[in-house]
Design a protein around this ligand. Sequence first.
Ligand code: MG
Length: 456
Amino acid sequence: MGKLFGTDGVRGIVNVELTPELALHLGLAIGAFFGEGSRVLVGRDVRRGGEMLFKAVTSGLLSSGVKVHYAGMVPTPTLQYAIKHFGYDGGVMITASHNPPKYNGIKVIGPNGVEISRDQEREIEEIFFSEKWRRASVISVPEDVPRQYGVIEAYVNAVLSHVDVEKIRSKNFRVLIDPANSVGALTSPLIAKKLGCKVYTINGHLDGDFPGREPEPTTETLKETAEVAKALRADLAVGHDGDADRAIFIDDLGRIHWGDRSAAVICKYFAKKGLKGKVVTAVSSSIIIEDVLKPYGLEVVWTKVGSVDISHLMLKIGKEVLCGFEENGGFMYPPHVPVRDGGMTLALMLQVLADEGKKLSQLFDELPHYYTLKTKIPMSRSDALKVVEKVAEHFKNERLITIDGVKVLMKDAWVLVRPSGTEPILRIMAEARDEAKLKEIVDTVKKIAYETVGKK
Ligand code: MG
């Protein structure tokens, strides 16, 4: 059977891979999955092709007898919250998240606001490829697609309900928001404003061509934003991706911090407050999170790379879970919705700043410092898997996590070796407290890799 869903929904270049025909068929498959008479909320981000894909998917859903409501342009986490809040049976989000501008995508969300499971994705693929549509009789095809109003208000109010609004308001923070010219512009400035912040925006108008920067927030794409933040003397700046489920923070000194470090700042704050529970993250995250949580007796649960896997593991762990995150800036706060949420993360970081009474730069400087190295070696997936095996064998006396490649945890250092999920490459990520040790570990892994594939 063919494969449609990647790590995060169905993605492709608009009108090349992701055509209206494909979207229509996917709409029919999703319609058969949710069933006639079910209520489904559809939203989209600012990307080109969004309206076309929304209409094509909606046609398929209507043909299946699904009652479609339209949320308009919204961040993915806003749609996810609205599905749960307004009691929908599910939802569809038209977005390609952080991908380059020519891409778009379609993701399917369950009634709890969480992306459907991998098994449910297979179910939709099965219907899609076998064309087992369930077309409704003509009188069951809905007449219209009503607008669901109040989505952004409901979301913003829910986010604010999880923080101490008065306390944050009393601090009069200066905040710069960079929503990458996409839907984060509709929610994050509003959240910060309601929290009493002096709000500045950069790349703040909606534009599907992403004129300001690439939709992925990275240390490179946020360089200019960091300079502006410094010039504005902002207490904090945040950069979102195209659908605002990620938040990458910039401190008061204009330094950009990767998502596992900002998650460590938030988790440490939770731990200091006496909150209990497990923290779920993918093996690609830094072990800083273990360093930070160990003194408080809190456990880190490592999982495969992919936010859907993190969310579903959090659901499985249930009440004992405190929060989850991806190292790319996707922080998940289950009392709200156990999914990545840029707006919720912004509000939580402002809460941390208000309660700690320190500068954001200080909070980051209090974390342990690691030197980081990321590299990749082109090779087939089967070769990459062989390298993973050999690396595990070489480091067999260390602590190993083998759920996705192999992660070797040593004293004050770690290395992750895994085949990429999408390209024929071996990914190597390592961190160490000591620069020489970092080089030694990466050189060892590279040597094993080249010996295995017979190069150099
Ligand atoms: Mg995203």
